[in-house]
Design a protein around this ligand. Structure first.
Ligand SMILES: Cc1ncc(COP(=O)(O)O)c(C=O)c1O
Length: 503
């Protein structure tokens, strides 16, 4: 091995590299071979996953013992390691790519997004600056502008990709605090005349609590506004909370409405929240982390009416846009606010352009090229392909609802999105034991959740490969009877959707 301080001949250094690092940087021919094998293995694995259990078949103790054998003293052949790893993934995960995963918003990723990840891994571009990765930065900016325009934002709207919805919501909070009191940038929460507070509904995604903690304004800054009995922020309660906080010496700075609550897919009154934010001079954010995908559908997008009034919005591509994880987006109508929040100057970066360089207008510094996942998916399928994708999910959720109502089960949320909060009829068993029974079968994945204070079974359909038979199988599992295997005709999608989910 070449040592520092000792001059080695050029050929010796080159020869030693070939021996020591060939496992890390194999010859191109070996790379091609390994890549081909891996591709075939993954495709076979994907098929096995769809036929097998949704839940892990995994013994943690024996897996830990197996892992302990990797003491990293002796190298192992990479092709064996790749087969070993895919096998562990097949056995050791809840399969979000399974067509009967009716769970949280982790859809089977689109094929173009998977291709994007391969390309990005190969080139490994650094997106901290536009100087180092101009093509990648332009692609991301183009996608963000297209999403912003489709959501009804003005042409000057800007934004960026984030690791996920939480980072995008955190960015919104920092923008709101900085806009409320520019002195926040230097003095933090002390810049306010009283404790700063902001408003979300109690059905919102409670990463807000962690966000307030991280931002240093304290968890009590999150005002959890009552809902209206249907899972939406109660506008009268919101108004009263703002008045009460002002009277109590606190300083309201933001309303964050949710367009698609996590548990129930409910949409807060976006127009009314916009109006309250305007009249109280508060930043208005809309968390449309998963519901935002409805902008794709001309038929369904009206349910997001009012989103275009927001100062900023969160839309996650890794939720209903079905890219690989994690891939969020933060979009704002105020082109300069991001650089006020994230401005910093150093001597070592190759450029300093506040409108172009992500390291001075977003939270991250080194950045992966996330936006290619959505660019390729949108370019391959078009808005119409995504429209089919979301409309089809909603159609399957409607079908599930109809099948359950027919059997005297109830659905207690009334969401325009593809999620149901289900209640069994009396005498059938409680929610948690029904969920446990379905999970134990390994045939489907659903969750126990709560909606407006009561326990519900939550079933969400965001997988582009879920078919009507999968929905009927879920009905059968919920009922634990075998008479639900009826055929129901379901739109199986056509060209646009097939671009997203290749055979
Ligand atoms: C409405 C909403 N906002 C924010 C988030 C957090 O997003 P992420 O998990 O990508 O950080 C979620 C996650 O499910 C969500 O449903």
């Amino acid at each position: 091995m070449p040592r520092r301080g000792r001059l080695a001949s050029k050929s010796k250094v080159d020869r030693e590299r070939r021996v020591g690092a060939s496992a890390l940087f194999p010859d191109p021919d070996d790379c091609a071979l390994l890549n081909d094998r891996l591709t075939r293995n993954l495709i076979r694995g994907h098929k096995r996953v769809a036929r097998g259990p949704v839940t892990p078949t995994f013994d943690r103790e024996s897996f830990r013992n197996e892992l302990a054998d990797f003491d990293f003293q002796e190298p192992h052949p990479l092709d064996k390691l790749l087969s070993w790893t895919t096998k562990q993934m097949e056995q050791g995960l809840v399969h979000v790519t399974h067509p009967r995963y009716f769970g949280l918003f982790n859809p089977a990723p689109t094929f173009p997004a998977q291709c994007a990840d391969r390309i990005v891994s190969a080139f490994n571009p650094q997106l901290a600056t536009a100087t180092t990765s101009p093509a990648a930065i332009e692609i991301e900016a183009h996608v963000v502008r297209s999403i912003a325009r489709r959501a009804g934002f003005p042409p000057e709207a800007t934004g960026h990709f984030t690791a996920g919805g939480s980072e995008a919501n955190y960015t919104a909070l920092l923008c709101a605090l900085t806009r409320a009191t520019p002195d926040f940038a230097t003095r933090g929460a002390r810049a306010f005349d009283g404790p700063p507070v902001f408003y979300v509904s109690r059905e919102s995604h409670l990463a807000w609590i962690k966000i307030a903690h991280q931002a240093g304004i304290g968890r009590s800054a999150v005002r959890l506004v009552a809902t209206d009995g249907f899972g939406r922020m109660d506008q009268n309660a919101l108004n009263e909370a703002i008045i009460g906080d002002r009277r109590g010496g606190r300083v309201p700075f933001m309303i964050a409405a949710t367009a698609g609550t996590t548990n129930a897919g409910m949409i807060d009154p976006l127009w009314a929240c916009a109006e309250l934010a305007r009249s109280n001079k508060l930043w208005y954010h809309v968390d449309a982390a998963w519901g935002g995908a409805l902008i794709a559908s001309d038929y369904l997008r009206h349910v997001l009416g009012g989103i275009e009034r927001a100062d900023s919005v969160t839309i996650d591509a890794h939720k209903w846009f079905a890219t690989t994880m994690g891939c969020g987006m933060f979009i704002t109508r105020h082109p300069n606010v991001l650089s006020c929040v994230f401005e910093v100057s150093t001597s070592f970066m190759p450029s300093h352009n506040s409108s172009l360089d992500p390291y001075v207008n977003s939270l991250q510094w080194s950045r992966r090229f996330l936006g290619l996942r959505l660019f390729l998916s949108l370019a391959a399928a078009g808005w119409s392909g995504y429209a089919e994708h979301v409309e089809r999910s909603v159609a399957l959720a409607d079908m599930l609802k109809a099948e359950l109502l027919r059997r005297e089960w109830s659905v207690v949320n009334s969401s325009p999105l593809a999620v149901l909060c289900i209640k069994p009829p009396p005498g059938v068993g409680d929610v948690r034991s029904i969920v446990a029974r379905v999970l134990a079968s390994g045939r489907a994945w659903i969750a126990a959740a709560s909606f407006e204070g009561s326990d519900v079974i939550r079933a969400c359909i965001t997988n582009g490969e879920t078919m009507s038979d999968d929905v009927l199988e879920l009905v059968r599992l919920l009922l634990a009877r075998s008479d639900a295997r009826e055929r129901v005709i379901c739109p199986e999608g056509d060209h646009g959707r097939k671009q997203l989910f290749a055979n």
